[in-house]
Design a protein around this ligand. Structure first.
Ligand SMILES: Cc1cc2nc3c(=O)[nH]c(=O)nc-3n(C[C@H](O)[C@H](O)[C@H](O)COP(=O)(O)OP(=O)(O)OC[C@H]3O[C@@H](n4cnc5c(N)ncnc54)[C@H](O)[C@@H]3O)c2cc1C
Length: 402
């Protein structure tokens, strides 16, 4: 095999290249990216970079020397617009046509804007890449009243960053609770309290939101026809749109994202996919997390080289909001949940456990307890039966259950 082409240059693509070279692949690696800055991680964009506690450079996955040593042929900024699986070629917007032996689609996802007219409003922002972060950081400097549309993880992180800067923040969430797609009602309540205690106003069930831009570029927010308030800046954090169009156009098997097996292989044996764009093989849906992008890509890259490596990681993601580091391991599965156990060890340390009928852990959400998450990962991997009394008792040292 001589040439691997990778479309996208984010978290998944970066780790794929690192793995290919680390495994000794000496052929050509071509990377197509529609962003200028490549191989960078996004989590700090809504946290330390937005609050200007960290520099843009800190986002880089690898040092300049490492990237140089990867000997990648770059096609950037350029956009892959068509995939021809019969010819094994990728067509770029610039007119270039790249032949491949193996292809990795690592195109990630985009910020979803529910109403297209909102995108053209001067003071409406999204948060997906460095440019979005720079734009919002600049807007925050001159804004007092900020509306966040969407009470998911990114919206909540931006709310926390803006509140820490003393801004007036209001969150408008379509659903009846925060982060409803990924956590239980108890955790949603915890998050709501956290943000309300910090002075953020939260509007749930905001199903008929409507924005109007005024002549002086303020944004008026309406729910149905009732004008709620005027804001200096509106941030839309209404979920992600999976960038699966290349695969759909090439008629690969696609559902919400690209269907892949545990090796990251799509319905075409020469084409792989990893990261936000690929369906998690164990769960059957896409998950958008830093660890998923990295580890699914590592497994896919090894498999592309013939060292078939199954990706079966238990989903894990984190969020930082105010004084809370929140880690989520596993997935919320209400239909399988038999017991909910809440362990509170201090005012700032609380853990939510979800057990099935066999007392096995399905999901854990830990606030400020990363050690416990590591342990929980082992419990899940070894299918350990847990005792709810021990989990709940703040005086019982769970580390005894190593
Ligand atoms: C603001 C923010 C905060 C986050 N915080 C957390 C967190 O705290 N914890 C956590 O676990 N996860 C977090 N995530 C999620 C995590 O960053 C993503 O899951 C991860 O970046 C996905 O990596 P990826 O490589 O699949 O996609 P991306 O990193 O999005 O990279 C895909 C790249 O492909 C490019 N591309 C797309 N289509 C084409 C095309 N046709 N041609 C050329 N290039 C193309 C895109 O522009 C992009 O540069 C956060 C995400 C964001 C946006």
């Amino acid at each position: 095999m001589n040439r691997i082409v990778i479309v996208g240059a984010g978290q998944a693509a970066g780790w794929a290249v690192h793995t290919l070279r680390g495994q000794g692949f000496g052929g050509e690696i071509h990377v197509v990216s529609n962003e200028d800055q490549v191989f960078y991680e996004r989590p700090p964009l809504s946290k330390q970079v937005l609050s200007q506690e960290a520099e843009i450079e800190s986002l880089n996955l690898f040092s300049a020397d490492q990237v140089n040593d990867f000997s990648v042929t770059w096609h950037k900024p350029d956009h892959a617009v068509k995939l021809d699986k019969a010819d094994k070629t990728v067509h770029l917007e610039s007119g270039k046509v790249l032949a491949y032996d193996k292809l990795l689609i690592a195109t990630g996802s985009r910020a979803r804007v529910p109403v297209s007219a909102w995108s053209s409003m001067h003071n409406v922002c999204t948060m997906r890449d460095i440019k979005d972060c720079q734009k919002l950081a600049e807007k925050l400097k001159s804004s007092e009243h900020i509306a966040i549309i969407g009470g998911g993880w990114i919206g909540l992180e931006i709310a926390a960053t803006a509140r820490k800067q003393g801004k007036n923040v209001e969150i408008f969430e379509y659903g009846s609770r925060l982060c409803a797609r990924s956590v239980s009602p108890e955790v949603s309540d915890f998050l709501k309290q956290l943000h309300e205690d910090a002075g953020t106003e939260i509007h749930l069930n905001a199903t008929k939101l409507h924005l109007i831009e005024t002549a002086d570029q303020k944004i008026e927010v309406f729910d149905a026809n009732i004008k709620l308030k005027q804001f200096d800046c509106v941030v839309v954090g209404a979920g992600a749109e999976i960038a699966k169009e290349l695969a759909s156009q090439a008629e690969l098997e696609v559902k919400d994202g690209i269907v892949v097996n545990e090796f990251g292989q799509t319905s075409d044996a020469h084409i792989y996919a990893a990261g936000d764009v690929a369906i998690h093989p164990g769960l059957g849906y896409c998950i958008q997390s830093w660890a998923n992008a990295q580890n699914q890509a590592i497994a896919a890259a090894k498999s592309m080289l013939g060292e078939m490596t199954a990706y079966q990681d238990i989903p894990w993601l984190w969020s930082d909001q105010y004084q809370c580091n929140i880690q989520i391991l596993g997935t919320y599965q209400p239909e399988k949940t038999h017991q909910v156990i809440i362990r509170k060890t201090s005012d700032t340390q609380i853990t939510f456990f979800y057990l099935d009928e066999q007392q096995l852990l399905l999901n854990v959400i830990a606030v400020n307890d990363s050690k416990l998450v590591k342990l929980a990962k082992r419990w899940m991997a070894s299918q350990r039966e847990l005792d709810s009394t021990q989990l709940k008792d703040p005086d019982f040292n769970l580390m005894k259950l190593k």
